[in-house]
Design a binder for this molecule. Structure first.
Ligand code: IVH
Length: 720
């Protein structure tokens, strides 16, 4: 129903062009509240108070004022919540700095290697001590809390690291999260990051209560913490006894300490709980002692920890180290040994992947390992089955580490009499096409390609998976069902599903067993929410062999738009072209990957598939890491010896300033940084008329931008 009062107010408002700064600020505050009220009414209660057109008008007004007064954009601005709130009912929040994940180390050698990489990257001498903060890795879910002028304004889940969900009202119910920061030296603005978790005792109480009221028990404390935080009613979250350890930060307006450990102490004085086991260690040996100590005491902590995180203490070093593929170079997670269990192999079956690779999988008698029920384990490939000599009916030992698929370690008891050894099929169990084992590869492949339904289903699963289109509500079962009913045969079919629903020989999805109108509406909303997608996700979603997330991101940054990329791929079929040279200049793209890419985009079937997708959705240029630096969007080549920083650091610095780093000079190169000993690349640069600078000039050009918060960056660009 439309409330006349709300409508009148929107129409009465003065034109945005007439507003003074102070009026604009007040108006933005009013709009933020108003829009958020309507969001809640619409998404949480499904009871809108105003028409869609009036709602759009409020959003347009907000955007118009923000455009005139960019400095007034609020942390809780409706424009910072991207897209429609997810089907889940929470508004989306774009993190101003990504929430990273951590690389894993499993052995002490891995940890030593991590430190070795840090040393080499920074160019530190062997005898220089590298102080490390060691602290438990809490098995919960991370959250980011934005404080402005010391007041808690916005709290978000990690989501995919770039976009999370607004769970402010739920986080407010946690006693460990201060509403107002204490102490004097709080930055004007800071995003505090840490882990939300549930203690074992509270987890046990919760499950008991769940079972008593005929509700499902949670599998482990981590799931129950996640479930409790994502409640639409914060009053329920408030009853769930969640805790929070602060261990880091995202964007901040000023840096009150220059070490990780110093920052932890600040967080503590501001009113956060920091983990009491966090230690500053002078060197690796001390850090490993802390690891062993935490592991010994692990069972008595009262909450789940799955390892120890090591972080380089000096923040200037952290800034120089930067990140690679979504993980910081300055931190690593030293995992505790995986939990193990014994069970029986009931069957060995072949699973066909999206590129045709065939993986033998052991179906197990279900067993609980580390709080999770496991019923399958991967056997990797033919050679691995031979090595383990595992057969149906054998009792085996399995292990589960983190979220990875459980592994089968070995046979502990053979069945007697012994079953037959597993025979790898000569033909694909899904499409009957011949199976080949390519030279130099361990995997056998189904040669069915586009005709193999197992490959097609896996490609569809990949397309909607978390790091690709991330469409909620489309799991293995749902996709198989849609496939079997011939409703979805290729990615573009997801986007036409709603329009075709109920118009085929199948009944509407809402009438399918186990669905209902809410699930169907949620599914369509989740699909619609992805009609605009970042270009790197789009490329990754295509599932081209050897194109992982990192390469997809580099491709997106190199070409900017899908059309530009398609054009370049077509032109690159000519190996003498500048486009081919540009493709090869992308890190991680050698001749083999280049030919796979070119062949993929040249294949008429793939081109048609892309056309059909382009009809349904739009791709967004991938976000540049930093705007307005002197080298944003430029292509830079390093050559010769660098004396003040390692080559790796120079490359990563250039990338973090928004530049593309290429390995060879072409007509498309914008800048060459040449050190002593530069040879052919320098000559080529001169031949192409490309700007060449030396290392000192490079340092002057890049220095002011490194590690600067976006606020300082903006200030710098305003004066330069
Ligand atoms: S640091 C910048 N410290 O582990 C690095 N993470 O695998 C990112 N986690 O998403 C976080 N305890 O949810 C850090 N003491 C700790 C942690 C911790 C748990 C989680 C966090 C992160 C994940 C990465």
């Amino acid at each position: 129903m439309i409330k006349p009062a709300a409508k009148k107010k929107a129409m009465r408002s003065p034109p945005t062009g007439d507003l003074e700064m102070s009026e604009a600020a007040a108006e933005l505050e009013r709009l933020a509240k108003e829009i958020s009220k309507h969001d809640r009414a619409y998404f949480e209660r499904s009871a809108p108070l105003i028409s869609d057109a009036d709602y759009d008008e409020l959003k347009r007004r907000n955007a118009a004022i923000e455009e005139r007064f960019p400095a007034l954009v609020r942390a809780d601005s409706p424009s910072l919540r991207v897209g429609a709130p997810a089907a889940s009912g929470f508004a989306k929040v774009r993190h101003s700095r990504p929430m990273l994940s951590l690389d894993n180390a499993f052995t002490e050698e891995d940890v030593a290697e991590f430190l070795g990489r840090v040393r080499r990257f920074l160019g530190l001498a062997e005898e220089e001590l590298i102080a490390i903060v060691a602290e438990p890795k809490i098995d919960g879910l991370s959250a980011s809390l934005r404080y402005e002028k010391g007041v808690f304004k916005l709290g978000a889940t990690r989501g995919d690291g770039t976009v999370g969900e607004d769970v402010t009202r739920n986080l407010r119910t946690l006693a460990d999260i201060p509403t107002v920061l204490q102490g004097g030296d709080t930055p004007d603005m800071i995003e505090v990051r840490g882990e939300v978790y549930m203690r074992h005792a509270d987890f046990a109480d919760l499950n008991e209560a769940q079972l008593k009221s005929d509700k499902r028990a949670f599998a482990n404390p981590r799931n129950s913490a996640a479930g409790s935080l994502r409640q639409l009613d914060p009053a329920i979250t408030a009853t769930r006894k969640l805790h929070f350890f602060a261990y880091g930060w995202g964007e901040l307006s000023s840096q009150p300490a220059d070490t990780q450990f110093g920052m932890l102490q600040r967080l503590k004085t501001w009113g956060f709980t920091i983990n009491p086991l966090a230690r500053r260690c002078g060197d690796l040996a001390v850090a490993l002692d802390v690891y062993r100590e935490i592991e010994r005491g692990r069972a008595n902590l009262g909450y789940d920890v799955d390892g120890v995180v090591y972080k380089i203490d000096r923040l200037d070093w952290q800034a120089r180290l930067g990140m690679v593929s979504r993980a910081p170079r300055w931190a690593t997670a030293h995992k505790f040994p995986a939990e193990k269990a014994e069970t029986i192999v009931e069957k060995i079956e072949i699973q066909v992947g999206r590129t045709g690779a065939m993986t033998p999988v052991a179906h197990l008698r279900p067993v609980t390992v580390g709080g999770v029920v496991v019923s399958r384990a991967t056997l990797h490939n033919e050679d691995e089955i031979g090595r383990l000599d595992v057969r149906e009916g054998d009792t085996v030992r399995i292990q589960r580490a983190g979220d990875v698929i459980p592994q089968l370690l070995g046979v502990v008891r053979k069945r007697s009499p012994r079953g037959a050894a597993f025979q790898f099929p000569e033909r694909c169990p899904a499409c009957n096409s011949p199976v080949v084992r390519e030279e130099g590869e361990v995997a056998r492949r189904c040669t069915g390609g586009l005709v193999c339904p197992a490959q097609a289903i896996e490609r569809l699963r990949h397309f909607v998976s978390r790091d690709a289109f991330d469409i909620e509500g489309l799991g293995e079962k749902q996709i198989e069902l849609l496939w079997n009913k011939s409703l979805v045969r290729e990615p573009s079919d997801f986007f036409t599903l709603k329009a075709r629903d109920g118009k085929t020989s199948e009944p509407p999805i809402a009438e399918w067993e186990g669905w209902g109108s809410t699930s169907a509406a949620n599914l369509f909303a989740a699909i619609d929410a992805r009609r605009a997608i970042a270009l790197d996700r789009f490329i990754f979603a295509l599932g081209i062999r050897h194109i992982g997330q990192a390469t997809a991101r580099l491709l997106a940054r190199t070409y900017g738009t899908l059309d530009a990329m398609l054009g370049a791929m077509a032109a690159a079929t000519d190996a003498a072209s500048a486009d081919y040279a540009e493709l090869l200049a992308i890190e991680g793209v050698g001749p083999k990957v280049a030919s796979i890419l070119i062949a993929y985009f040249a294949e008429p079937k793939n081109r048609k598939l892309l056309k059909r997708l382009q009809k349904e959705l739009s791709t967004e240029a991938v976000a540049k890491p930093a705007n307005n630096t002197p080298i944003t969007g430029k292509t830079v080549v390093f050559t010769g010896t660098l004396e003040k920083m390692t080559r790796a650091e120079a490359k990563s610095r250039a990338a973090s300033l928004g530049a593309k780093v290429a390995g060879s000079v072409s007509a498309k190169t914008d800048l060459v940084v040449a050190g002593p000993g530069a040879g052919s690349k320098l000559k080529q640069a001169q031949a192409f008329g490309v700007k060449v600078i030396d290392e000192d000039e490079w340092l002057r050009m890049s220095e002011g931008w490194v590690g600067a918060s976006s606020a300082t960056r903006k200030a710098t660009s305003a004066v330069s």
